[in-house]
Design a binder for this molecule. Structure first.
Ligand SMILES: [Zn+2]
Length: 190
């Protein structure tokens, strides 16, 4: 597969999963972002800034290298530094998804770690840690990448959740499982 083919197929996958995230209410408006690491060290495909994940087209996907240079496309997501840091520090990472979902955000406003009591959720997620945030875009990247090195899905308090996996499907499943677990725990407390 050439670099071009690799980018095109990653771009198609990002468009497809953006629609899934939107349909499952895991993202709203122009929040959230996604990326895929391309094979052969040819960088990443990442959503452009100020795009809605539910309505992406191939023009909304940017090809950039791991050092931050744009190879093709417009302006990448403002979180591209975080995405690139994940791929540079966590070698098995193949994809990253970040969303601002309702129940995960609500749960972590009230609580620290999420320890799901539903056994399936506990099996899939384990304990989900939270990293405090004070800025709109993640600026203190170190603690976030450290948390992601130990857990495939984490939460950024006052902001949203972040999953890394071998591909977008794994990230999507983790974020859906987190949203489900957060909703169950909130309902159980009310
Ligand atoms: Zn965000």
């Amino acid at each position: 597969m050439t670099d071009f083919d690799s980018f095109q197929s990653a771009s198609d996958e990002i468009v497809r999963f953006g629609k899934y995230l939107w349909d499952k209410n895991l993202t709203v408006g122009s929040s959230g972002n996604m990326s895929v690491k391309l094979g052969g060290g040819s960088g990443i495909a990442i959503t452009a800034t100020e795009t809605s994940l539910g309505f992406l087209t191939s023009k909304d996907i940017v090809h950039m290298d791991l050092q931050g240079r744009v190879i093709q496309g417009g302006k990448p997501s403002s979180e591209n530094t975080l995405h690139r840091a994940v791929y540079q520090k966590i070698l098995e990472g193949g994809a990253v998804i970040h969303v601002h979902s309702v129940f995960a955000n609500a749960f972590f406003l009230k609580h620290g770690v999420l320890r799901p009591r539903i056994l399936e959720s506990r099996h899939v997620l384990g304990d989900v840690p939270v990293v405090d945030q004070k800025t709109l875009t993640v600026e203190d990247i170190g603690p976030v990448v450290d948390a992601l090195a130990g857990h495939k899905v984490i939460h950024l308090r006052n902001h949203g959740s972040l999953a890394r996996g071998k591909d977008l499907m794994e990230c999507f499943m983790l974020l859906q499982a987190l949203e489900y677990a957060a909703q169950v725990e909130l309902l159980a407390q009310s």
